[in-house]
Design a binder for this molecule. Structure first.
Ligand code: PHE
Length: 359
């Protein structure tokens, strides 16, 4: 190969490597292989080469041309890939970037109300145990709220000063439900067993002081199956209470009690220190919820044969367990919509309740 060809090849290779983009590369190609390109000129001059050298010269020129074309092609692929990368990077919309919460306590910083938060936590804990969420109306019939639950006519909950009654046809007065237990009835009437539901929701009683509000919230639980026992009730509630309060060895006590719609019935207490308010230690007991095995009459009222089906139910106040968990002393601020209280007591809307992080 002659020197002129060698240096042409070297220069072209350097120019190809240095080309910063496809346009520059095209300029290099035209400069060498175009109609007036430098290699084209050498090819054109082949005719003037003495016959005995022509063959060798022709082969050298063709080899140089092939090498330059290959180098151009390789660089083009490289530059095209880089251009695509740059375009993808420039046009990227990162939909995964989480919004940045405003500084705590500022107006833009919304928070989850502690009642809603507790409902989310209940759903996370019981959801992990296979429960689904059921709902019912706030305005109930006397039969769903009382009668079907085996609550006798003379029961104090039925008295006018305890319950909000609404005017109704034929003297049958609808009630603002006094507990979430009527949803036990509604669920058993509409859903074939086995059943495993929780029912968080609003409840109403004619009460008003620092620890009672005419509107408050409860969560009901209902499990119906062929061989559900008191052992299941105890295991379920012990696991729930320990998960909810985040205390692994929280003492839990089951104390015999009475509800018309469960038999046997039990009040459930947790261990705490009455003086300091600390949960889980201290030797005192605090009543948390009511529970029991669903009364055979209630099953029968819902068309279930008590010899075939049995189960347990429980109910507790959502404000009460929320106040205990977070050391909130007064019930009233729950309903006052004071943004300072909400900013202080509410929780981060961007970290929903989950068992992984501990509810
Ligand atoms: N409904 C009862 C109450 O409001 C609580 C409860 C529910 C008790 C289910 C036993 C079973 O006090």
């Amino acid at each position: 190969m002659t020197d002129d060809l060698r240096s042409l090849e070297a220069e072209t290779a350097a120019a190809i490597a240095a080309a910063p983009d496809l346009r520059a590369l095209e300029a290099v190609r035209i400069g060498v292989l175009g109609r007036n390109g430098s290699l084209t000129a050498l090819l054109k001059a082949l005719g003037a080469v003495p016959a005995e050298q022509r063959r060798e010269r022709g082969a050298a020129l063709n080899a140089a041309k092939a090498a330059i074309e290959a180098a151009l092609e390789a660089r083009r692929t490289e530059l095209e890939a880089a251009a695509l990368e740059a375009r993808l990077a420039a046009e990227r919309i990162d939909i995964t970037l989480p919004p940045r919460p405003a500084a705590p306590g500022t107006a833009a910083d919304g928070s989850i109300h502690p009642i809603s938060r507790t409902m989310e936590e209940l759903t996370a804990i019981f959801g992990a145990m296979g429960f689904t969420v059921a709902e019912g109306p706030d305005i109930e019939s006397d039969w769903h709220n009382f009668g079907a639950l085996n609550i006798p006519d003379h029961h104090p909950a039925r008295q006018d000063h305890d319950t909000f009654y609404l005017p109704g046809p034929d003297g049958r007065r609808p009630v603002l439900r006094t507990h979430t237990s009527p949803v036990q009835i509604r669920t058993m009437l509409t859903q074939p067993p086995p059943i495993r539901v929780i029912v968080p929701g609003r409840t109403f009683r004619a009460d008003h002081d620092a620890t009672h509000s005419p509107m408050f919230h409860q969560v009901e639980g209902l499990v119906i199956g062929r061989d559900i026992t008191l052992g299941h009730l105890k295991g379920c509630l012990i696991d729930f209470l320990r998960a909810f309060f985040g205390i692994r060895d929280l003492p839990v006590r089951f104390r015999s009690s009475y509800f018309p719609f469960t038999e046997p019935s039990m009040e459930v207490d947790i261990g705490w220190n009455r003086r300091s308010g600390e949960l889980g230690a201290g030797g005192d007991w605090l009543e948390i919820l009511g529970s029991g095995m669903v009364h055979p009459k209630v099953l029968a009222n819902c068309g279930l044969d008590p010899r075939e089906w049995q189960g347990f139910a429980f109910g507790m106040g959502i404000e009460r367990i929320t106040m205990l968990k977070h050391g909130i002393p007064d019930l009233r601020p729950f309903y006052e919509s004071d943004v300072r209280w909400l900013a202080h007591t509410g929780s981060d809307p961007l970290s929903p309740a989950s068992l992984h992080g501990g509810v």
